[in-house]
Design a protein around this ligand. Structure first.
Ligand SMILES: [Fe+2]
Ligand SMILES: [Fe+2]
Length: 223
């Protein structure tokens, strides 16, 4: 499937949606497959400054080799999966990350490498994500379940725009934390915080990918 997809100049988002394990490859090369997934592979590699041939080799190696943590195929089941696996988990985990970040910033305030401003950033992310998810849960997803043929271009464009904002927050988070890399001598709380941030980054990117590249394109006029 890799060669087919690459040969027909599939976008990074399409490859991520159709090739099991591709999202992990894109993450490894630092290529954005969720918010900026609508560009072809060569363009994405060029933008990121990575070797296209190397990315293609890594994708080819995946052929049939990875049992993707499959998202359900049917739309109602896919929506339920997104709600249970991502919305609920974000709601549960984000407040704890804010708490851990406040503690690290306070206890290590005298260190130059403390991620100053991280707790405020996470609090902002939490508030925006909670509002965004409520819109999906109360308006968009019920409409998708009720009328699978309904064109939902306008609300979907709005959600895609908000996803771009989440992507910006992730980039700010990376900048504040040196790419979520622990400094020498980081305490247990700091370690727990960064482990949680890495999971948040993985979850949020996968969450946005499933909506932007798998769910939304099913609705006419969605792109
Ligand atoms: Fe969502
Ligand atoms: Fe969303």
């Amino acid at each position: 499937m890799t060669n087919d997809l690459v040969a027909r100049h599939a976008t990074v988002g399409e490859i991520a949606a159709n090739l099991p394990g591709a999202t992990a490859v894109f993450r490894r090369f630092g290529m954005d497959f969720c918010c900026k997934g609508n560009v072809v592979l060569a363009e994405s590699a060029r933008k990121r400054g990575v070797d296209l041939a190397e990315v293609e080799r890594a994708l080819s190696a995946l052929d049939g080799a990875v049992d993707r943590t499959a998202a359900p195929a049917a739309t109602p089941a896919l929506i339920d999966h997104i709600l249970a696996r991502y919305h609920e988990i974000h709601r549960r985990e984000l407040p704890e990350l804010v708490r851990l970040a406040r503690k690290v910033e306070k206890v290590h305030a005298n260190r130059a490498d403390v991620p100053r401003g991280l707790a405020d950033l996470l609090a902002r992310m939490t508030s925006e994500l909670v509002q965004h998810m409520a819109k999906e849960e109360l308006i968009l997803f019920p409409a998708m379940k009720r009328q699978p043929a309904l064109p939902l271009g306008a609300p979907i464009a709005c959600m895609r725009h908000e996803h771009d904002g989440h992507g910006e927050h992730l980039r700010a988070l990376e900048a504040l934390t040196n790419g979520i890399t622990l400094p020498a001598g980081a305490c247990r709380t700091w370690q727990a915080l960064y482990a949680g941030l890495a999971k948040l980054q993985d979850d949020l990117m996968e969450h946005i990918h499933l909506e932007n590249n798998v769910l939304f394109p099913r609705f006419a006029g969605a792109t």
